[in-house]
Design a binder for this molecule. Structure first.
Ligand code: FE2
Length: 192
């Protein structure tokens, strides 16, 4: 279930809202032009399913969104803990990639097949931290300042939708806001 926390972007951020209520979350995100939709989760996907199998399982939903919104490329990104020697290093590198505030020229659209991650949307003087879980399809409009935290133990599978080949490149703002707002581990642990 999606979990939304809203903060001020002050030097010492204050928490304005914490909610799991779907209607409240949709309304709060609509105010900042962010669309959150929900698909039924396909629960018979085997662990370790690859991109083709995942896209096939969600073929109809994906095709509908692609047709409606003109995406030209769809793929699957996934990261799961394993016992390889370089896991910790790979996890930290993956997490660091988009952990600072940035924008993209394309929308950032993700459907969470499994696991979770937090999109932090910095619009006007607030930060909406959207903890996405399986079934959540989040569309962050191009040019929205945001960052993404997959936590210190990344574990997720997400379908990604793109309009163009280079639109995903991050344009980093240099702002320090991401370091002032509670991170994935803190928000996930504090959720009750
Ligand atoms: Fe991004």
């Amino acid at each position: 279930m999606t979990y939304l926390t809203v903060y001020t972007d002050a030097d010492t951020p204050e928490t304005l809202l914490r909610t799991e209520d779907p209607a409240e979350i949709s309304a709060a995100l609509k105010e900042i032009d962010v669309l959150l939709r929900h698909w039924d989760v396909v629960d018979d996907l085997p662990p370790g399913a690859g991109q083709d199998e995942i896209l096939e399982a969600y073929r109809e939903q994906v095709a509908k969104v692609v047709a409606e919104e003109g995406y030209t490329f769809v793929d699957v990104a996934q990261l799961h803990p394993d016992d390889t020697a370089d896991w910790a290093e790979r996890a930290a590198a993956a997490r660091a990639k988009f952990l600072n505030e940035h924008t993209h020229d394309d929308d950032e659209v993700r459907f969470f097949v499994s696991g979770s991650g937090i999109f932090y949307l910095h619009v006007d003087d607030k930060v909406h931290a959207v903890l996405c879980e399986p079934g959540d399809l989040l569309s962050v409009p191009a040019k929205t300042t945001h960052w993404f935290d997959m936590g210190t133990t990344p574990d997720f599978t997400a379908i990604r939708f793109f309009h163009d080949d280079d639109g995903w490149v991050g344009d980093f703002t240099g702002a320090s806001i991401a370091s002032r707002i509670p991170d994935y581990d803190t928000i996930a642990a504090g959720r009750s």
